[in-house]
Design a protein around this ligand. Sequence first.
Ligand SMILES: Cc1cc2nc3c(=O)[nH]c(=O)nc-3n(C[C@H](O)[C@H](O)[C@H](O)COP(=O)(O)OP(=O)(O)OC[C@H]3O[C@@H](n4cnc5c(N)ncnc54)[C@H](O)[C@@H]3O)c2cc1C
Ligand code: SF4
Length: 513
Amino acid sequence: MRQYQNSEIVDAVIIGTGAGGAPLMAKLAKAGLKVVALEAGNYWNPPADFATDETEQNKLFWTHERLSAGNDPLAFGKNNSGIGVGGSTLHYTAYTPRPIPDDFYINTDFGVGHNWPFSYQDLETYYDELEVNLGISGPTPYPWGPDRNVSYPLPPLALNAAAQLMERGCKPLNIRTSPAANAALSSAYYQEHIGWRQACTNRGFCQAGCSTGAKASMDVTLIPVAIYFGAEVRPTSFVTELLKDNFGKIEAVVYKRNGQLEKQLCKNVFLCAGAIETPRLLLINRLANSSGQVGKNFMAHTGLQVWGEFDQKIDPWKGIPGGLISEDMHRAPDADFAGGYLIQSIGVMPVTYASQLARATGIFGEELRERMRHYNHVAGINMHGECLPYDHNFLELATELDEMGLPKPRIHFSNGENEQKMAAHAKKNMEAIWENAGAKHVWSINRNAHTIGTCRMGNDPEQNVVNSYGQSFDIPNLYIADNSIFPSSLSANPTLTIIAVSYRIADAFIRNN
Ligand SMILES: Cc1cc2nc3c(=O)[nH]c(=O)nc-3n(C[C@H](O)[C@H](O)[C@H](O)COP(=O)(O)OP(=O)(O)OC[C@H]3O[C@@H](n4cnc5c(N)ncnc54)[C@H](O)[C@@H]3O)c2cc1C
Ligand code: SF4
């Protein structure tokens, strides 16, 4: 890997190497720019470092303390953010549906939330490109959304037991289903500058880190491409400060590595640290906040899960966790809420299942042990729904300091009436599906997933932190490219869109510089 000196003024410093940072690295490096990516976490070697053991993977979670407030305080750690070269994609489940075009216009359609400053059509060629770059397995044609320009590069993965049961339960209810699109390879796949990646072996540990490289986390896809074209990835480098020159531009990034502070000089900075750390860094450094919107507009997808026990053996740890999908509720005709949701079959590891069961039902001791004896017979369905932005949901700095000596972030979150109605609608549907599939002991857990918003993009500098190309309205050489800039949450899982937006930001930057 090429290495740059801290004293060399590189074209771009990218902070964070997840779904937002890695695509930028690849595009900017390919365009011949000098790129250094600073990443707080380690650079893992999946076959050696990722054991087939759920608890072994705790090292992939961002565990610096975050404070949670509000009526529905969010769980962090394994629930919604990762650390390491590859970011949260190291432990994402790899569900990759595209949004549907009207997702981008929630305000036009329902009079709530915020529209995006561009449309699905503006991202379409980027979706086409990145699905090939990641090796997405999925069905063509796909029942929902516009016809595709190009087929998915690989056919869908096999349906595991939970997916087959969901399919069985949906049929009598006339709910359409389809094998889902997944960022995991249904057969071996050759990629330029990467080589052969092997097919998914169905070991089901996607959320715990894929040791075979079949899952398209950024460390095995776009980051090797970036390195091939001359980018440097600097792991265990925790950014604490962005320094301005006399003209108000960022001239250097300060980071801590091996206990020492270092300073990388640069012409441009791309903040891709995710929807909690990106606004936290801006607030700590008092940057880019003339709109007063840094930390505001926080959203977390509505993610209720319904679980059931079946007579047959399921082995919920086996196979791609998210095999089957239905988007029939994207705009449900009987909806009493704005926006919509999709439903997905899900897998689960035993420790996660036990802790969710205890939290949701309050059982413990012998009763919990008895239910866990049936672990190999459980299957779940998950909803993934639009979350609206509210004034009461935001991130602020607390007075308490973390282990780096920086103010901890405090995240306020309460579901609104819209999210409660949507979750109730989904619960009724998912319970009916499990009843039709023959489930016993059905129980559910209310959750919210993903961190979205906090540095909104838009056209009006008074209402937004960055423009539609991720550029700060206040500091011309500061860009943001991660899930913090989403104006609305979309009802589809976010990663595909984070990458597409990052590609769009990179292309615009290359064009203009
Ligand atoms: C368990 C789980 C399952 C998921 N499943 C899916 C799914 O199936 N489909 C889907 O679409 N999405 C899924 N997601 C969400 C998806 O992983 C994230 O939305 C996406 O990775 C966010 O991209 P990002 O670039 O904004 O942030 P991240 O990918 O989190 O990257 C941010 C990076 O910045 C680094 N960083 C932060 N602060 C600093 C700092 N100060 N200095 C240096 N580096 C820093 C972090 O270490 C991290 O590597 C899942 C997430 C989780 C946690
Ligand atoms: S199920 Fe497939 S993609 Fe997921 S961890 Fe296992 S091999 Fe990797």
